[in-house]
Design a protein around this ligand. Structure first.
Ligand SMILES: [Zn+2]
Length: 585
């Protein structure tokens, strides 16, 4: 998909602003009572909708489970079962939705993405390679920027920002540096975000505007790459050094952002998500989300994970209450990042990469964002305040830090600490997850996008064991799967396909023993992420009492050959019994 290009095609949003304090059982209980009493045809008690006419995968239980019909009342599922009973229950006047062979599944729950990053893409240039964009060389990247610049009507000195840069897709087979950008952009400051969002490339005007010179030291947990003299910045900055680029990434005004926020919600809805995640929320972003919620602008449920960078601002501040919904917005826990990305060679490993580090270092293992004592202190501050931990850890050494922290902190039962990505983990770490109740959220799209890079950089054994989702599920962990959008596209059937095939760009199957069946692949996109957000009582499966949030698919994944799963389309998205979006309407 063209990640953000379809963003303006807003669906006909339905904003049901009913307060979502807890499970609203009254309507379902009333229907059930009426049904049990046998007086089921009273028109006054008719339900809102009866859905039938296609496979309905409930995603409840360990084995594939289907029902023939669902009855909706008051935005909730009042019945899921045989058609005859549903018809009796709903009565003759209840509107019908005939699926006409389309497959109904629970509304998709976004386990991890960056909703607010998408909000700010409108004025940034897509320099991704295929399939998200079309950049295939450094010259092509510079040309793409140059072509987009006039349309952005930037003022003098205003930043030109690109996103999606991925060296592994460039025919040049080398990293972009300031010099590549300087020839075409000698005066305008330029910043190009790496596809992982963990690094960026600046031109010389950009370095100058940010005051980054040969004398600027890399901050703790950050990297400033240098030229051959070992001093002059080459333009690449990574991890915590990205904080130096704040002025370049300053968001546009509030009115413009609110407009983009509507378009981004429509994009998530078109991809079947009824709950979207903002996986690293800065304070200004949260204020915007709260404003939008307050003004009734949210049509999707949004779970935000405030960033540890602003921890002192969140803790004990009644303006930022965690764990409860307010007009479709919930702050669920604290997001801590403890390393970077494996393809960017910033995943913190216990054994070195097979290739040199970014500055030619031999035996490169990358580094943690915070040394362990500081990381532990951050986790302790959050958990002492009762907050759930969501920790970005890609490399096995960063994962060791999380395991050690959870063990040291002695967290209460059912703490549900989540490791986001959990990609380059060792086989011996999964039993520790099970013992300590740590839950992984995997990123199987990596197998396709960077699987070939991982084989080269990590070696076959580590690459094959990346995102070991089948092993995690076998241990009973509520493992979820995610897009990390804007890092890879939101398309849930693409994510399902990568979890079922683990096929790389070159067609290699990476770790065939970790491939999932469709049922478990779908659970990782529905009920398992619902559990991670403590939402399993309200969503993630089609069961009585849960929200009537549904996603319609063009075909049934349970009977589609794995190789064709990625061709299945999301053809409709319903929130609380009403269409947010439907293909062809
Ligand atoms: Zn992320």
């Amino acid at each position: 998909m063209a990640a953000i290009d379809g963003i303006a095609a807003a669906g006909h949003a339905v904003a049901n602003q009913e307060e979502q304090g807890g499970i609203i059982m009254h309507s379902c209980a009333r229907l059930l009572a009426v049904w049990l009493a046998g007086s089921i045809t009273s028109p006054a008690l008719a339900a809102d909708l009866l859905i039938h006419g296609g496979p309905i995968l409930t995603m409840a239980g360990e084995r594939p489970h289907q029902v023939a019909a669902v009855v909706v009342e008051g935005g909730r599922i009042a019945f899921a079962g045989p058609l005859g009973q549903a018809q009796q229950l709903a009565g003759p006047t209840t509107p019908r939705l005939d699926l006409k062979g389309r497959t109904l599944i629970p509304g998709l729950v976004d386990a991890h993405s960056h909703f607010m990053m998408a909000v700010d893409l409108a004025r940034r240039v897509n320099v991704s390679g295929a399939p998200v964009g079309d950049v295939a060389s450094i010259a092509g990247l510079v040309a793409k920027l140059a072509a987009a610049e006039p349309g952005l009507a930037l003022g003098p000195g205003e930043w030109l920002v690109g996103w999606g840069y991925d060296v592994s897709l460039l025919s040049d087979q080398r990293e972009l540096t300031r010099r590549d950008l300087d020839a075409r952009f000698p005066d305008r400051p330029v910043l190009i975000m790496h596809v992982s969002s963990h690094g960026a490339v600046l031109n010389s005007a950009g370095l100058a505007a940010l005051g980054i010179t040969a004398d600027t030291p890399a901050p703790t947990g950050g990297l400033i790459h240098r030229e051959a003299d070992g001093r002059t910045p080459n333009g690449q900055i990574w991890e915590s050094a990205l904080a130096l680029a704040g002025p370049a990434l300053k968001p546009p005004g509030r009115a413009e952002r609110l407009k983009s926020l509507a378009a981004v919600q429509a994009l998530y809805a078109k991809n079947g998500y009824t709950l979207a995640n903002d996986g690293f929320t800065h304070i200004a972003d949260l204020d915007l989300l709260q404003t939008a919620a307050g003004q009734g602008r949210l049509m999707l449920d949004i779970v935000a994970l405030p960033s540890f960078v602003d921890l002192k601002r969140w803790l004990g501040n009644p303006g930022y209450a965690f764990g409860t919904w307010h007009n479709r917005l919930k702050l669920q826990g604290i997001k801590i990042a403890q390393d970077g990305s494996p393809q960017g060679r910033t995943a913190y490993l216990s054994e070195p990469f097979l290739v040199p580090g970014p500055n030619g270092e031999a035996g490169w293992r990358a580094q943690p964002i915070q040394p362990f004592p500081a990381f532990l202190a951050t986790a302790r501050a959050a958990t002492s305040a009762g907050l759930q931990l969501f920790i970005h850890a890609n490399g096995d050494a960063a994962i060791d830090d999380v395991i050690k922290a959870v063990e040291t902190l002695g967290l209460p039962a059912d703490h549900r600490s989540i490791i986001i990505h959990s990609q380059v983990q060792r086989p011996d770490q999964l039993p520790r997850y099970a013992a300590l109740d740590i839950t992984p959220s995997y990123f199987t799209n990596h197998a396709y996008f960077w699987g070939d890079v991982h084989r080269r950089q990590l070696g076959e054994a580590r690459a094959a064991h990346i995102s070991p989702i089948r092993s995690a599920l076998a241990l009973g962990l509520h493992a979820s799967n995610h897009s990390d959008f804007i890092v890879t596209p939101l398309d849930p059937m693409f994510i399902l396909w990568t979890s079922m095939t683990r096929t790389t760009r070159s067609g290699f199957v990476l770790g065939p023993d970790q491939r999932l069946d469709a049922w478990n692949g779908l659970k990782a996109l529905t009920i398992n992420p619902a559990w991670a957000y403590r939402e399993e009582g309200r969503r993630g499966s089609i069961e009585v009492g849960k929200l009537a949030d549904f996603t319609l698919l063009s075909a049934n994944p349970l009977v589609t050959p794995p190789a064709q799963i990625r061709e299945i389309k999301v053809v409709g998205t319903m929130k609380e019994g009403r269409f947010l979006w439907e293909a062809g309407r």
